[in-house]
Design a protein around this ligand. Sequence first.
Ligand code: PGA
Length: 250
Amino acid sequence: MRKKFIVGNMKMNKLPSEIGPYIERLKPLVKDAEGDVVLCVPSTNIQNAVLHTKGTNIKVGAQNMYWKAQGAFTGAVSPLMIKDLGAEYVLVGHSERRQLFIETDWSVNKKVAAALEYGLTPIVCIGENLEQRAHNRIEEVIIVQLSLALRDIPKHDIHKIIIAYEPLWAIGTGQTPKKEEVNEIIGWVREKIRTSYGEKIAEEMIIQYGGSVNATNSKRFFNMPEIDGGLVGGACLEPEEFAKIINYND
Ligand code: PGA
């Protein structure tokens, strides 16, 4: 049985001085959580986040990285740097990175490989936009994104990867697909993993839903059999609301 996996994506929010107080408020509220809890913070906040989550059930992740370990790449942050600060996860290919920072399937693939090489767990985001959805291209779009993201990744590393299905039109809009639809789409992703890498890996793989998850709808989504938790943006910014999402069955 897969555990639920709930990730907060803080995006470009919270100052380094604000992340400690935020975590101190979140900690007691989620200490008995059944699922895994990860907080993906801006790179500037990783150190403080790691300090304040030490000894708790909250893990820390980054939101992006470059794929090289070091070198002349002005402004970039490397997997080694993230790892050295104590983060364990990294979001890869979030739609805001793809849309606003021209991230491609090719660079997503390089980042997945680099994350695995340096011992970080990549959380790979895939999802269709409204136009692709209107043209009934959801399955084609997400399977292509998935296949390109995982290209040339050795089979023995696949189970370490987490997938987040995030339809672009649901991110930050308050609109969501129906839970049955998300369940079916995640089923397609799992089926692709099954045909490419086998039953065992497909059954173990964590595949989340993301896009306007909040304290009101989390239970609905997370109780579906294929949906292994969520990637939560706006609703993770207040510890009380994020805790309700994490404790969705209470
Ligand atoms: P949202 O963001 O929950 O604010 O829709 C989700 C995400 O971008 O990962």
